[in-house]
Design a protein around this ligand. Structure first.
Ligand SMILES: *Cc1c(COP(=O)(O)O)cnc(C)c1O
Length: 369
């Protein structure tokens, strides 16, 4: 049996006729940029998450860098971010000339709030809380630290659509929250898309102006902005998918529960969920000290896997200019060598999951054979 790490076609097939109907409606409307689908989605998604404003953008990365721009964070300012975050999180900071200050992850693979204060310098302006893999950071601690030190908080919710902390939706804690709707995300479009959410009218206004060449009134440009508009077709698709998001999340919880209980190989440790957070299981991530060997073994058995992420941002070539060294963030680097994302997608069959579980339970590294 051949099993892909991710299989977007399955999720599409669950509600194909709804997407096709909406796509035709948008195509036949003759209106493709900033119209009723975008404004409808913005309202529905803000209501779903529980913020006052949502501004549709072209991608999650755009949401991040435009968020820092809106907050006035720029050259010389420092932003605290988890060392094992996705590279786009760091780019959202550095595109503005600001400097990422890396903090090691905790036992839940997310920003370790207990290490934040030691990383705060007089140049610190914000904390970027990335809710990695579908579960929440400790937002109680993070918001408390931010208030005490006068820092802004941006939430990166690209992997946490519908995740909650103490029963409250991720994306409602910080000054601004950023979402990606890249096709593999919990709420995924059929192309690139993103959004920025906030309760602050001034930020929402700025971003609406900024995403459209820095223009509120046609041909009058207040700042050098971006072309980062969510398009009508993607917004229409997202409106359809949003009505099924809870159901998709529930299905992923059921799949994760099965992996949690049936994987019984002492070398494979599933991700723990932080008490206080639910988990929408953006990925199903395990840790294994023989990760590369496990990955090759699964590949030989036609089981696809992915690594989120093999090179931590501080060791990426793109960030050589920051001058970090190997060994500087040992927990981050250890995680990069241990994590593996198992096949996991809406529409995964019981048979497929059984096959993966059996192979995992049979895995033995060479040195233990
Ligand atoms: C996917 C992702 C992004 C970037 O989103 P794009 O829409 O691909 O630009 C940023 N942060 C995290 C945590 C992500 O998973």
């Amino acid at each position: 049996m051949k099993i892909l790490a991710n299989n977007l076609k399955r999720q599409y097939e669950l509600y194909a006729s709804e997407y096709e109907e909406k796509a035709l409606e948008v195509l036949r409307s003759g209106w493709y940029i900033l119209g009723k689908e975008v404004s409808g989605f913005e309202k529905e998604f803000a209501d779903y998450i529980g913020t006052k404003y949502c501004v549709g953008l072209a991608s999650g990365l755009d949401a991040l860098w435009i968020a820092f721009r809106a907050l006035g964070i720029g050259p010389g300012d420092e932003v605290i971010v988890c060392g094992n975050a996705y590279i786009a999180c760091v780019m959202g900071i550095t595109i503005n000339g600001a400097v990422p200050v890396f903090v090691e992850p905790d036992a839940y693979d997310n920003l370790d709030a207990d290490r934040i204060e030691a990383a705060i310098t007089p140049a610190a302006k914000a904390i970027l809380a990335v809710h990695l893999y579908g579960q929440s950071c400790d937002m109680t601690k993070i918001m408390d630290i931010a208030h005490r030190h006068g820092l802004k908080v941006v939430e990166d919710c690209a992997q946490s659509h519908g995740t909650t902390w103490q029963g409250k939706m991720c994306g409602t804690f910080g000054d601004i929250s950023c979402f990606s709707f890249y096709p593999t995300k919990g709420l995924g479009a059929f192309g690139d898309a993103g959004a920025l959410l906030t309760d602050h009218e001034e930020y929402a206004d700025f971003v609406r102006m900024f995403r459209n060449y820095g223009s509120r009134i046609h041909y009058q440009n207040e700042v050098v902005g971006a072309n980062s508009r969510l398009d009508e077709l993607q917004a229409g698709m997202l409106r359809v998918k949003l009505t099924h998001l809870d159901e998709f999340n529930e299905e992923r919880c059921r799949l994760a529960e099965r992996y949690n209980t049936e994987i019984r190989n002492p070398l494979i440790t599933p991700l723990k969920t932080r008490p206080g957070s639910n988990n929408t299981w953006h990925q199903y991530v395990i840790h294994c000290p023989y990760r590369d060997e496990l990955m090759n073994y699964l590949r030989d058995n036609e089981i696809g896997t992915l690594i989120h992420y093999p090179i931590p941002p501080h060791l990426s070539e793109a960030y050589a200019y920051l001058g970090h060294e190997k060994g500087e963030y040992p927990i981050t680097e250890k995680y990069a060598n241990e994590v593996l994302s198992l096949p996991f997608y809406n529409g995964m069959t019981e048979e497929e999951q059984t096959f993966v579980i059996d192979k995992l339970n049979q895995f033995k590294p060479d040195q233990e054979k």
